[in-house]
Write a new protein. Sequence first.
Length: 117
Amino acid sequence: MSNLEHTLEDILDQVDQLDVVPKEGLYFGDRVRVTTLDATYSIHVLTDDLYAVSGGWFDHHNLSPFKTTINGCTWGGSAIKVDIVAALGLRLEFGNRLLSSPIQQVEVFQFKPNQLH
């Protein structure tokens, strides 16, 4: 969705059409790879609301892996969808208030303990 509108009315109309990765469906060990216009982020789930993030800004500032929360995703303004980790076309907002460029691709890798053998 590259033509996302930014009025509150349009945002409300678009919410149900978003291709999202909900926080609720992620568990310890899962990994989400988010590719934005400018960077790729690897997000490892540590707990319900804590993630280890590498890539993009965090790599450029020698902070990877950076433990942080994820506030949600925005349309570029102050409206934020707080129950998701990523949504195509939106911007990812990390707990340190870092805002990504618009998300272009998302891949989810679910951790399976038996894969360790």
